[in-house]
Design a protein around this ligand. Sequence first.
Ligand code: NCD
Length: 315
Amino acid sequence: MHAASAFTLSGRDLLGIEGLIASEITGLLDLAEEFVELNRQIEKKRTTLRGRTQINLFFEASTRTQSSFEIAGKRLGADVMNMSVGSSSVKKGETLIDTAITLNAMHPDILVVRHHASGAVALLARKVDCCVVNAGDGAHEHPTQALLDALTIRRNKGRIAGLTVAICGDVLHSRVARSNIILLHTLGAKVRVVAPSTLLPAGIESLGVEVFRTMEEGLKGADIVMMLRLQRERMAGSFIPSVKEYFHYFGLDEAKLRHAAPDALVMHPGPMNRGVEIDSAVADGPRSLIREQVEMGVAVRMAVLDTLARKLPNA
Ligand code: NCD
């Protein structure tokens, strides 16, 4: 790890893709490539984070993101502690800050935080002395997801610049979409969003995306089709007439995928709702990168933890 080990990020924390410059993103992706190789070996351990304490503080349910951060921290030699806080018992604002101050007194080195409110992770970061990684805040950002998606795309297509990526489905509630839009633009891809009007945030065009309201038009010639989960737990009221109708118009099946480029690849951040936003035949088919995304997730999170640790005191 010679070339990549001199690389650092300009900030102490990773709160979002917004604010990162292209060389910071590619630096993380290049380092992650080394961890992909390491993770395929029998001996996967490094000592970069030896003596460091990493706390995963999750105010919202998560399986793959939390386990991925846990494995990443452990492979780098950190002591990793998981704290899952039932969101129902959390009183916003004061409790969040109290929790941060309490944890801070235990001298963690890295806090990985997921919270259901946009901006909560940045707020918490201001109250602690350690570095903070955003593992998803409300509908705002999920930077490590966008990085793992970019790594998956780059490994399969050889580049990101110039590709057309169609992000489809529940864009309104999606931090994955927001982080991906910012990252893909920074690296020179063209981004489209495809969704019914009720699932598009107002002013989405200001992010520089092309907006489509049918899969047929939106997928035309796309190199990457990125499906999003229909986030029914975030929906107060009815955003879609019925799940059956949603699948009919916006669910990705073989027939709709034929509108994309002949060598188009399919992604989904998980967890998937099979038969809602994606058909099983596509999710498990030869064009699917979904399992590879999970593999890349561990490598990207190792790259993020390793890079942030380089700026910790006494590093
Ligand atoms: C995403 C999330 O939590 O934002 N999942 C994930 O991190 N793997 C997407 C989602 O929940 O739909």
